[in-house]
Design a protein around this ligand. Structure first.
Ligand code: AMP
Ligand code: ZN
Length: 114
């Protein structure tokens, strides 16, 4: 069993509320939602942080954003707008070191973030 929580979710060793899955990407509801819609979209491949992207990952990152758009439409937040967030390393607020993008919407989000 992998030591990485999100790899365990990809492997279905840990339960999650999956909202999208294909061969490269999985998206599930955040366990501690910060907005009415709060999904995490992650590559199935283990990548620690956004700094660890390789040249070959360009298509994967584009694909993740296409999935985010699709999920935003499906969740009914595309018209009003939403936010996609990646927290990188400790000062960025990253707590799970498997690359993930937060999709947040369903309320008016404040800026700047805390
Ligand atoms: P970050 O702080 O950017 O690394 O985000 C990690 C996110 O993972 C947080 O928003 C957590 O609430 C969420 N999280 C942690 N464990 C789980 C889990 N088992 N299922 C779903 N989301 C989780
Ligand atoms: Zn992982």
């Amino acid at each position: 069993m992998s030591e990485c929580l999100f790899c365990q979710i990809v492997a279905k060793e840990v339960d999650s509320d999956i909202v999208y899955e294909d061969e490269k990407v999985i998206a599930f509801k955040d366990i501690n939602p910060q907005a009415p819609v709060h999904y995490l979209i992650i590559p199935k491949k283990h990548i620690e942080t956004i700094l660890d992207l390789a040249e070959e990952d360009q298509e994967l990152i584009g694909h993740i954003h296409q999935v985010a758009n699709q999920l935003a439409f499906e969740a009914g937040i595309a018209d009003d707008g939403f936010r996609i967030v990646n927290n990188c390393k400790d000062a960025g607020g990253q707590t799970v070191f498997h690359l993930h993008f937060h999709l947040l919407g369903g309320r008016n989000l404040q800026w700047p973030p805390g």
